[in-house]
Design a protein around this ligand. Structure first.
Ligand SMILES: NC(=O)c1ccc[n+]([C@@H]2O[C@H](COP(=O)([O-])OP(=O)(O)OC[C@H]3O[C@@H](n4cnc5c(N)ncnc54)[C@H](O)[C@@H]3O)[C@@H](O)[C@H]2O)c1
Length: 323
C-alpha cells in the first residue's frame, strides 16, 4: 500500500480525506492543531525542524497539501494568509525535496479566477481579488516552479456536506459557508441572512457551484493514482458543472425539512460576484472523475445527518456578523 501524508488533516477536508483514503492507502496526517487521531501528528509546517523529523521517519511517497488559512475574510490579518499559505508551502517544498519526495497534490481554489458568466475552465482568466486567493496562487506558482516534483493542482469550487460512513463534516468557527449555515439555522429555527437580492442572476441571488465532500475525496484519490501511474503534472477544476442560487438552496431546505424558514435579505458583501460555475470537462476526460454525489438532495441529506451528530455531541455552530 502506498503511504500518503495529508497536511491540514485536522481540518474539514483533511479529516474526511483521512478516513476516505484509509481503505486503499497507508495514511498519516499532520496539523498545527492537536487531533484525537493517533496518526494525525501535531506539527506546524512552519516548524521546519519538526516537519523534517516527521517526514524523515514516516517516509510518505505522496503529499496531499491541504493545510491553509482557508477562511475567506478580508478582516483577518493578512500575515496569517502569507504565513500559512505561501510561507508554509515554501517550507513544505524545501523539506520534501530534502527527503526526496517527488509527488504532491495541492488544494487550490476557484477564487483565483476572474469572474465570468461562462463556466470556468482551467485556462480561464485569472484575477485573484482576496488575500486568500492571491496567496493560494502564489503557492501554485511555487509548486509549478519545482523542476523535480510532479504535481496535481486541484482548484476546488464550493466544497460542502459530509461523509456518510463514518459521518464527518465541517465544523468551522465561525462557520461562514452557505450550506452548513442554512441547514443548521433552519434545523434550529434561527434567522438566516442572505447577502444580496439584486445580483445579475435569474432570481437575483448569487449562484455558486457546490461539490460534495465525497466527490472531493474521490478526485484526490484519482489524482494520487494518476500521478503515481503517469508521473505527470496537471491542473484540474473540481466542481459540479452546475450552479445553484441561494434561493434554490433555501427552497430545497424548506421543502426537505417541511418548515418555514426565518429569512432576511441583507446588503451584498464586498467582492461577492454574481456567478461562479465550473467547467469540469478536463478532469472528467483525464481522470475519469464524475461528481456523482453532488446533487442538492444528497448534499442536504448528508449535512442533516452530520448536524444530528453535532447536536448529539452537544456542539454548537458559531456564526460571525449577520451569519
Ligand atoms: N472548503 C472549501 O470549500 C474549499 C474550497 C476551495 C479550496 N479549499 C482548500 O482546501 C484546503 C482544505 O480546506 P478546509 O475547508 O478543510 O480548511 P480548514 O480550515 O477546515 O482546514 C485547514 C487545516 O489546516 C491547518 N493548518 C493551517 N495552517 C497550518 C500550518 N501552518 N501547519 C499545519 N497545519 C496548518 C489548520 O489547523 C486546519 O486544520 C485548503 O487549502 C483550502 O484553501 C477549500
Amino acid at each position: 500500500m502506498k503511504k500518503v501524508l495529508i497536511t491540514g488533516a485536522n481540518g474539514y477536508i483533511g479529516k474526511c480525506l483521512y478516513y476516505f483514503l484509509k481503505k486503499n492507502f497507508k495514511v498519516i496526517g499532520i496539523d498545527k492543531i492537536k487531533s484525537e487521531e493517533k496518526n494525525i501528528i501535531q506539527c506546524n509546517i512552519l516548524n521546519k525542524k519538526k516537519l523534517d523529523k516527521v517526514i524523515k521517519s514516516e517516509k510518505p511517497e505522496i503529499i496531499v497539501h491541504l493545510a491553509a488559512q482557508s477562511l475567506v475574510d478580508e478582516t483577518i490579518n493578512k500575515k496569517k494568509y502569507y504565513d500559512n499559505n505561501d510561507k508554509a508551502t515554501k517550507s513544505l517544498l524545501e523539506i520534501i525535496k530534502k527527503n526526496k519526495i517527488k509527488k504532491i497534490i495541492f488544494s487550490s481554489t476557484a477564487a483565483i479566477y476572474k469572474q465570468s458568466s461562462k463556466p470556468l475552465k482551467e485556462n480561464s482568466k485569472i484575477k485573484s481579488l482576496s488575500t486568500y486567493a492571491k496567496t493560494k496562487l502564489m503557492c501554485e506558482k511555487k509548486i509549478q516552479n519545482e523542476k523535480n516534483i510532479k504535481f496535481v493542482i486541484l482548484r476546488f469550487f464550493n466544497v460542502c456536506s459530509a461523509l456518510d460512513r463514518p459521518v464527518i463534516g465541517e465544523f468551522h468557527n465561525p462557520e461562514t459557508h452557505l450550506i452548513p449555515t442554512i441547514v443548521y439555522k433552519a434545523m434550529h429555527n434561527k434567522k438566516i441572512f442572505i447577502y444580496g437580492e439584486n445580483f445579475n442572476t435569474f432570481d437575483g441571488t448569487c449562484i455558486r457551484d457546490y461539490i460534495h465532500i465525497k466527490d472531493i475525496c474521490s478526485a484526490i484519490e484519482k489524482s494520487i493514482n494518476y500521478i503515481s501511474k503517469n508521473n505527470r503534472s496537471n491542473i484540474f477544476n473540481i466542481g459540479n458543472n452546475k450552479g445553484l442560487s441561494n434561493k434554490e438552496i433555501v427552497n430545497h431546505v424548506r421543502s426537505k425539512l417541511k418548515k418555514n424558514l426565518i429569512l432576511k435579505y441583507v446588503k451584498k458583501r464586498k467582492g461577492d460576484v454574481s456567478k461562479l460555475v465550473c467547467n469540469s470537462n478536463k478532469v472528467k476526460k483525464v481522470l475519469g472523475w464524475n461528481a456523482k454525489n453532488s446533487n442538492i438532495k444528497k448534499i442536504v441529506n448528508d449535512e442533516i445527518k452530520w448536524i444530528n451528530k453535532i447536536n448529539k455531541a452537544g456542539l454548537k455552530r458559531k456564526f460571525k456578523n449577520y451569519l
